[in-house]
Design a protein around this ligand. Structure first.
Ligand code: SF4
Ligand code: SF4
Length: 195
């Protein structure tokens, strides 16, 4: 049995982490969190999170950077905005979750085999390529990166959706594209340069 320390020393914290997060869009009010727990009690998926939204706000302020960015919480957030609507301090908790996701992706410390980040990446890649999303494309790319066997499991549902006209077979080839994609590609290239 491996015994490891579960308590973090103060010297191991990233004291400036909270300030860096608070500079990001929608995150500036984190310092006003009163730890009331309304967000956690409102959140429909907090039951499955490793850190509740309330705890995550405290961790950001205290400098628990690794724990916050490696948490399952940010990927389980379904962006329902209940917490943001209910927060008495008007903290945009959903935006904070998005900011942490972006930081985790930039730092390369997101769970690469988990479906949520793979889904987000597949959708962003397809939109950057074609200017439009493709449901079938997202499912294909996400499954190939996480668990290709899922494609077999999902095949009956996919066929039923196609049969009822809820999904198009042409979607499979990512044919739903905007005109003049070159402009879009230049825009994406410019944004990447600036980042
Ligand atoms: S509801 Fe707002 S103030 Fe209350 S714990 Fe959550 S983030 Fe903090
Ligand atoms: S937006 Fe995310 S964190 Fe907030 S209540 Fe919904 S699922 Fe929970």
């Amino acid at each position: 049995m491996e015994i490891s320390r579960t308590v973090k020393y103060e010297s191991e914290l990233d004291k400036d982490f909270g300030n860096r997060v608070m500079e990001l869009s929608g995150c500036h009010k984190i310092s006003e969190c009163i730890q009331c727990g309304t967000c956690s009690s409102t959140c429909p998926v907090s039951l499955y999170m490793d850190y509740t939204p309330r705890k995550l706000m405290a961790m950001i302020k205290a400098g628990f950077k690794d724990e916050a960015l490696r948490s399952q919480t940010i990927w389980l957030c379904s962006s329902c905005y209940s917490c943001t609507v209910m927060c008495p301090a008007q903290i945009k908790i959903t935006d904070v979750m998005y900011s942490l996701k972006r930081m985790a992706i930039e730092g390369g410390i997101y769970p690469k085999k988990a479906p949520a980040p793979a889904l987000a990446k597949a959708m962003a890649d397809i939109i950057a390529r074609n200017g439009r999303n493709s449901e079938m494309g997202v499912v294909m790319e996400m499954s190939l990166k996480t668990n290709p066997m899922n494609l077999l499991k999902m095949a009956p549902m996919g066929l039923a959706l196609i049969k009822r006209g809820r999904m198009e077979i042409k979607d499979f080839y990512h044919r739903d594209k905007i005109k003049n994609r070159r402009q879009l590609h230049d825009l994406v290239k410019g944004l990447k340069k600036e980042a």
